[in-house]
Design a protein around this ligand. Structure first.
Ligand code: 3PY
Ligand code: MG
Length: 249
């Protein structure tokens, strides 16, 4: 399994897929085709239950692709559960303030960085084989924390959000951003474009990685050239493009 955290630390671009269709088999397909990571999506799509998230995480392990979970909100339970199940990182939508960012890191990291609840008897602790301070330290070092900055309030508070230690990637959701800025769905509207450039510039200036949703290979190349390294597309779009190709449209 590619170590996403190392790649991102070295500013190497990585490309993944939001799995809003919660299918373990599609996780395998995406892995076999060579994507770097999957984002199991508990915010949008069919919002998998705890059991379904676990089967998607296991499918990712079996096919050696890095599993991240987009949680529905920044609550202790929402963040703890996928990490205990073995997700390698959490991605949190609509982070708006420094307090939101602090809550995300606090729930995702063990002391001294945060207050994540500890249980070595989970997959995270290899069911009790890994215990003690080294296990906690390793989990703190290895877990990836991604926060979405995707609305006006998040932009207004970005400088403070970027100062919260423990964040690896700032992810821009172009759809939410376009809605928040009054141009729903117009992700290439000049106002939205300017906002994306501002968030990207500040994130890179803070030595953090920037991520964004991409719609195809040209878009991914353009975003990489701009400076984004964490690139993610969506499973429904990929399947639909395959359908259109087959139907000759
Ligand atoms: C958005 O575009 O708002 C996203 O969160 C991408 O999934
Ligand atoms: Mg969004």
């Amino acid at each position: 399994m590619r170590n996403l955290k190392h790649d991102l630390k070295a500013s190497r671009p990585v490309l993944g897929v939001f799995m809003a269709i919660p299918s373990p088999q599609l996780v395998e397909v995406v892995a076999l085709e060579g994507f770097d990571f999957v984002i199991i999506d508990e915010e949008h799509g069919s919002s998998p239950s705890s059991g379904a998230t676990e089967s998607l995480v296991l499918s990712a392990y079996a096919s050696s692709i890095y599993p991240i979970v987009r949680v529905p909100c920044a609550s202790r339970w929402a963040i703890l559960r996928p990490l205990d199940l073995g997700a390698k990182g959490v991605q949190v939508p609509l982070v708006c303030t420094r307090e939101d960012a602090q809550a995300v890191v606090g729930f995702a990291k063990y002391p001294p960085l945060g207050t994540r609840g500890a249980a070595f008897s989970t997959r995270m602790g290899r069911y009790g084989l890994d215990t003690g301070p080294q296990a906690l330290q390793r989990a703190n070092e290895e877990s990836l924390v991604i926060v979405h900055v995707e609305n006006r309030q998040g932009m207004d508070n970005l400088d403070e959000i970027l100062r919260v230690p423990g964040i690896d990637v700032v992810f821009i959701g172009p759809t939410d951003l376009s809605v928040s800025l009054g141009h729903p769905g117009e992700t290439d509207h000049p106002v939205v474009k300017e906002a994306i450039e501002t968030i990207l510039g500040k994130t890179m200036g803070a030595n953090l990685q920037a991520g964004i949703y991409v719609t195809g290979p040209g878009d991914a190349a353009r975003r990489h050239e701009q400076g984004f390294t964490y690139l993610a597309t969506g499973i429904a779009g990929l399947v639909m493009k395959g359908c259109r190709w087959m139907l000759g449209r």
